[in-house]
Design a protein around this ligand. Structure first.
Ligand code: ATP
Ligand code: MG
Length: 567
């Protein structure tokens, strides 16, 4: 690289104050270190320092994609509505899709993803099975009109994604292409020096069969991950399955009783009021269904899983909680007092309600609950379904392990799409017998910009960012003491700067006329891995003061040893 790496010419403004709208540490540090600046909700400028990091992520991703045999191309960000109508997604995608029209009143969208465009390319360019397998990728700007943009570049509206799409003659071929991407992604996140986990995932909006996500582990992660090292199971909590409980129902000990619970609307308040435990409460949630409202029933201490619930027959997807008006009309009472006994709507009971006895539930009357409710007496014994989030301690699906829960940031996602798009858009090639075959597709995304935030979530301290070496905007920062007053320091600093650059290192020379403390604080905030201090006293002894960003003490090194260490 030939661009300047002198601090005085870099136009960098660091901030001491923590910006008020930033909720999590990576967002705060990215603003304070001057990596990004906000333009509007979910829109950010990558400043020169931040762009250096972004480019480093891109370089690793590009190298590993090329190594895996994928071909880089670049598709338009703006896409004609016709393609989305062909795939059926123009109507399905909803408000996440930014729609616009041109001067001729033709409809377009700003691409949130590129399955349609690449399938159009494939159906035009690919004629024969001999051209397969093929995997196209791009690194490009996407737009998704997120309902709640937050966490800076981690959930922004405009962001940079690496998206890849594989085409194969059949399912086996697709599975092999998918596996190649699984390996490439593993190599990418290992090279970036991030702690990550691969988990089973929901295929969501995109459709298709198998899919897995790559998560960077961090407490601030928006996703919960269930895993067991005992049997290698790992899944996004959205899709982690619970197994039916085999135990039967104990005999009823209590009578069914209506009790007054005035104004007690939450499970917490109810437990407090009735001196009972949430596990002894049957919780009733009313959601919108295709033919009127539907009731979902869970143990009071369990959480509803929306992804599972919206797959139940007759339940509206995406899952929508019924409005108080709908609830009042269907049950005769407000939310908080609804229960399954005598409730005239479809009921889905979670597996974990099996074995509940003498439990508490709503009585479908304002300010009233039942106690002593029992299956087999007050309610028919139901067939149960999987509706809840797994919790730590649950068994894994094959029963050989116990689940732990961690939090993660989704940085990559790989899908086996099958023929969803190729079928809808007639993307075929000739097979060896000369017959037309619909191609089998896979698609593979990496959140390039999100990785930068995720890396900081995982690597920081009170002083600032601690970049994993492959991501650092600079490898080493030179801090000359008294640069503007000492000829010896200036000469030594310039020589070292040149020499390190010649050795291929990215060097930042802090040539500002500022106190050493200011320079040290900025170097720590920015997170540069290696720091060399050049002072008159050190030079006299032929030494430089070295400190690694992760270490708390500096040490003096002979100039040659410092150079060797940096190589
Ligand atoms: P999420 O569940 O976080 O909304 P997604 O599953 O909708 O993401 P994909 O369609 O799988 O996202 O997109 C591929 C990758 O793009 C994701 O794994 C993520 O790293 C990144 N990504 C998605 N949405 C955003 C966003 N709003 N801001 C930054 N990166 C994003
Ligand atoms: Mg995803």
């Amino acid at each position: 690289m030939v661009e300047t790496m002198r601090f005085s010419e870099f136009g960098l403004t660091t901030l001491k104050e923590v910006p008020s709208d930033a909720e999590i540490i990576s967002h705060k540090l990215m603003l304070r270190a001057g990596l990004i600046r906000r333009l509007a909700s979910g829109l950010f400028t990558w400043m020169p320092l931040g762009l250096r990091v972004l480019r480093k992520v891109e370089a690793v991703v590009r190298e590993e994609m090329n190594r895996a045999g994928a071909l880089e191309l670049l598709m338009p960000a703006v896409q004609p509505a016709e393609l989305w109508q062909e795939s059926g997604r123009w109507d399905q995608y909803g408000p996440l899709l930014l729609r616009m029209s041109d001067r001729h009143s033709r409809d377009y969208c700003f691409g949130p993803t590129h399955e349609e465009v690449i399938t159009d390319i494939a159906r035009r360019e690919l004629r024969s099975y001999k051209q397969l397998p093929i995997n196209y990728y791009q690194i490009q700007t996407k737009f998704r009109d997120e309902i709640r943009p937050r966490f800076g570049v981690m959930r922004s509206r405009e962001f940079i994604m690496k998206d890849a799409y594989s085409f194969d003659i059949d399912k086996q071929g697709m599975e092999a292409s998918y596996q190649r991407m699984h390996s490439a992604y593993t190599a990418i996140f290992e090279r970036l020096g991030l702690k990550f986990r691969v988990v089973d995932a929901d295929s969501g909006e995109i459709g298709g069969s198998r899919s897995q996500e790559f998560h960077v582990l961090a407490d601030s992660g928006e996703d919960a991950i269930a895993y067991s090292d005992a049997d290698n199971y790992a899944s996004n909590i959205e899709t982690a399955t619970t197994t039916p409980v085999a135990a039967g129902y104990p005999d009823a000990k209590e009578e069914l009783q209506q009790v007054a619970t005035p104004g007690v609307k939450t499970i917490e308040a109810l437990c407090e009021f009735l001196k009972t435990d949430a596990s002894r409460v049957l919780k009733t949630l009313i959601v919108d269904g295709t033919d009127g409202p539907v009731a979902l029933l869970l143990r009071g201490d369990h959480e509803l899983n929306a992804v599972k619930a919206q797959k139940m027959p007759g339940v509206v997807s995406p899952l929508t909680m019924a409005s108080p008006e709908v609830i009042a009309k269907a049950t005769g009472c407000g939310p908080g007092f609804v229960g399954p006994i005598g409730l005239g709507m479809p009921l889905f009971f979670d597996h974990a309600t099996v074995g509940m006895s003498d439990f508490v539930c709503g009585a479908n009357k304002k300010d009233m609950h039942y106690t002593g409710a029992n299956f087999g007496r007050d309610l028919a014994i139901p067939t149960t379904v999987d509706l809840r989030n797994v919790v730590a301690g649950d068994p894994t699906p094959d029963g050989n392990g116990t689940l732990s829960i961690a939090r993660g940031i989704e940085v990559g996602h790989i899908f086996q799409l099958g023929t969803k798009y190729s079928e809808a858009m007639s993307a075929t090639v000739q097979d060896p017998e000369g017959k037309n075959q619909v191609m089998s597709m896979g698609c593979y995304g990496i959140g390039i910009s999100r990785i930068v935030g995720a890396a900081i979530e995982q690597n920081h301290d009170e002083a600032g960012i601690i970049w994993p070496a492959p991501l650092a905007p600079f490898d080493v920062v030179l801090v000359p003491i008294n640069l503007h007053r000492s000829e010896a320091v200036r000469t030594a600093a310039d020589a070292l700067y040149r020499e390190l650059r010649e050795r291929g290192l990215d060097v930042l020379l802090d040539d500002r006329d500022a106190r050493p403390g200011v320079k040290f604080a900025d170097a720590e905030l920015i997170g540069i891995p290696h720091r060399l201090v050049i002072s008159e006293r050190g030079l006299a002894a032929g030494e430089l003061e070295y400190r690694h960003r992760r270490e708390s003490e500096s040490r003096n090194l002979k100039r040659e040893d410092a150079l060797k260490l940096l190589e």
